[in-house]
Design a binder for this molecule. Sequence first.
Ligand code: ADP
Ligand code: MG
Length: 555
Amino acid sequence: MTEMVATARTRPSRNVIWAGAAALVLVIAVALGWRSSLVPEPVMEMLSYVTSSFLLDGALTAIEIAALAMLGGIVLGLLLALMRLSTLAPVRGAAWCYIWFIRGTPIILQLVFLYDALPVVGIRLDSFTTAVVGFMLNEAAFCAEIIRGGILSVDRKQNLAAASFGMGPFLTLRRIILPQAMRAILPGMANQTISMIKGTSIASVIFVNELTFRSQQIVGQNFKFFTVFAAAGIIYLIMTSAVAAAQYFLEKNYSADAERKPKIIVAPPTRGAAPVSPTAWMDTLNASQAVGAAADAPFVVCRNVQKSYGSREILGGLDLTVKRGEVVVLMGPSGSGKSTLLRLVNHLEALDWGEITVDGNYVGYAKGVGDRLVPTRNLAKARADARIGMVFQHFNLFDHLTALENIIEAPIRVYGEDPDKMRALGMSLLNAVGLSTHADHFPHRLSGGQQQRVAIARALAISPRLMLFDEPTSALDPELVGEVLAVIRRLAEAGMTMIVVTHEVRFARDVADRVVFMDEGRVIEQGPPEEILDHPKNERTQRFLRMVEQTETET
Ligand code: ADP
Ligand code: MG
């Protein structure tokens, strides 16, 4: 019994919508002349006002003002929200002041001011335009805060993932952040639109002939307060219900849950349009590896790399060279700067000092005065050109996209690849990581191990020349670690150049060409795995390995 109640309650909103719609149809049917002795005369009279063209014209004016003001308010609000999130203090300050002023003064004063003060400086607007402009300027301030709240609600790791694929700030905002922010933005926006529709009644102070103003005019002549105002109330309810219904459908569209349909539906392989070649991904990978330095030539070179956060030094003059085709496993205690180093390699963070080259080129730097490195202007393009695939500890898949959509997003949007070709390659990649039947799944429906395998496929889809793995298995349950390591192992066999931060000793022993041990921002020991893992010379390496082994035997 309790179970039945629980299932019945999972979709209450749909029933509410249908009930509301039915009630509305009934009211309108009655109003349109279906007379019955059962309906009392005052009600009939009220309904005749609901359908009177005088009031409906007023309602239309209210809708026009609200729609135009909301539209302009959302556009201006998005601009203000972005200004509020800017790194430039004057830009932030300007947006803050605007919002502070508009929110802090009554809309009625703002409207009267626009209506009476602007003609003094020679700008003459009619009352309708004044109302639209006034409400729009007012809405912008409120929308800005709602949109900013939505943007802040999206995990910052999504930005990091997008940046690692060379997506620029506006592409990231449009394709990754805003679609996810919509979930948080929509309820607030619907509230705002509803208050806006009702708030248009304030425009009567500047003689806009809208619904409330017209109701008052009728009442002024016939003194039928109840019937006329009740009719106006019903018209307002109909208008605001339409907004509530729109909110329902929009929320469904942006929901992270099962309710949202994937935009790309993958046909089952037997009926598939694009045949999946199991080796297509390997071919493109080999092609991308074939350019650039010869095998065994230095590929990633870090020289005297220094990085501090505030006054805290994280990397203190680190040197590291990774040869082409080499697999380097990076180990070291938590906080020793491993993630920071990886982020510096593809310029997700800026260097303080020293230099890093990938295949002989700086990623997003140019030599400036006195040989100092200066960051180039288009960092996103520099990252894209570098073709460095990055896999994060917490996967950082784009939550609003399916597995396949995650994989093809950057190739299509950043590299301008053909969508059909990418879908085929994406399926080949999913096949390679053992997930060809999960192409339509959203990340939250996948296990951690599956998410990480999708993340690896996503990084491979940009035909990377270098792969960076930041503790790819440390967020996984022990039984899922193997499936991810197996994929990385295959990449190593395929000759991919990789820097893998991991504490999986067995994996390092089998796969690594070299193990690099880091502590306090420096490389303190490095060499072949058997040497570093079995006969570490440095006392700190010994202590760390003992600790790792201990936890391994415990789990
Ligand atoms: P590891 O990956 O080796 O555990 P990290 O490179 O993540 O180490 O971090 C090194 C140190 O830098 C840590 O103490 C961390 O708190 C600090 N740190 C990392 N990122 C930031 C940041 N954006 N701002 C300030 N401190 C940071
Ligand atoms: Mg780390």
